[in-house]
Design a protein around this ligand. Structure first.
Ligand SMILES: [Zn+2]
Length: 270
């Protein structure tokens, strides 16, 4: 009887342990703009997608690849995760991203001039370089994330967007409506790798969380950190604003893994 009780308690404790620690990993959602969590054999030490290194992490003595799926991924073409041992095929599922029609008073943000386009292209190159970077993670265990500011939000990531009737790139982040001047905090530990005033994104901060996991905060009224600064989860990094291409004050929060922009909601408690 005692043995059975012990076994039951042990089982209950292990379920609790598994649930708690597993919650650190983002949610598995195999769709364009989603994330795939792939179990790896212990001998696998490297993984990449289209030549871009992919996060490898450990939970309860099990290795996992945490793979960002590009928004441009085709449903007809399974992804091939390449590792130092074997290739893993990942099938994608359809996801019904909504359409959004936005009216902007400033036509420059719909049809930028040649000069504005040149500025945007230079900024996009700077950002791509950051998204392609891959630094050693400071963490042993995948970091937990918290929302970077207070406010209600839902499923604004991935929307097919039309500005004044013209189709533009799908929305690559999550919008959190909030008043100008509200605190923006670091959702996890990291190092500031970019700050700037960008044409579309306004005042922006980019943070490296290790192994190619980059977060981005846009349209800020104030940037309170500098490049190279180490920041900790919960620390204030800036203030909500309405700079760049916006219709009102909000925080645009972006997350990128292996140079693929993914839905930030997948990192929050689920
Ligand atoms: Zn946005």
């Amino acid at each position: 009887m005692q043995k059975l009780l012990f076994k039951t308690l042990f089982y209950a404790a292990s379920i609790l342990y598994t649930t708690q620690s597993f919650a650190q990993l983002p949610q598995d959602s195999r769709r364009p703009g989603g994330i795939a969590i792939i179990q790896l054999a212990p001998t696998i030490t490297q993984a990449s997608l289209n030549g871009q290194p992919v996060i490898i992490t450990q939970e309860n003595n099990q290795k996992y690849a945490v793979l960002g799926i590009p928004l441009s991924a085709s449903l007809n073409q399974p992804l091939q995760l390449q590792t130092n041992k074997e290739n893993v095929t990942i099938q994608l599922q359809n996801y019904p991203y909504a359409e959004q029609h936005i009216t902007l008073k400033n036509q420059d943000f719909v049809s930028p001039s040649a000069e504005q386009l040149a500025r945007y292209q230079k900024e996009a190159q700077e950002q791509t370089k950051i998204y392609q970077s891959f630094t050693t993670a400071q963490w042993q265990k995948f970091p937990s994330f918290i929302a970077p500011t207070q406010g209600k939000f839902s499923n604004s990531f991935g929307r097919k967007r039309f500005f004044n009737g013209e189709e533009r790139a799908p929305h690559s982040g999550l919008d959190i409506p909030a008043p100008i001047g509200q605190k923006v905090i670091a959702p996890a530990d990291g190092i500031v790798v970019g700050t700037g005033n960008y044409f579309f994104n306004g005042n922006t901060i980019l943070v490296d969380h290790g192994q190619g996991m980059i977060s981005m905060f846009c349209h800020l009224s104030k940037v309170e950190v500098r490049v190279g600064q180490r920041i900790h989860q919960g620390e204030e990094i800036g203030l909500v604003g309405k700079t760049g291409r916006v219709t009102g004050p909000h925080l645009h929060w972006g997350m990128s893994l292996n140079n693929a922009r993914v839905d930030p909601q997948l990192f929050l408690a689920h």
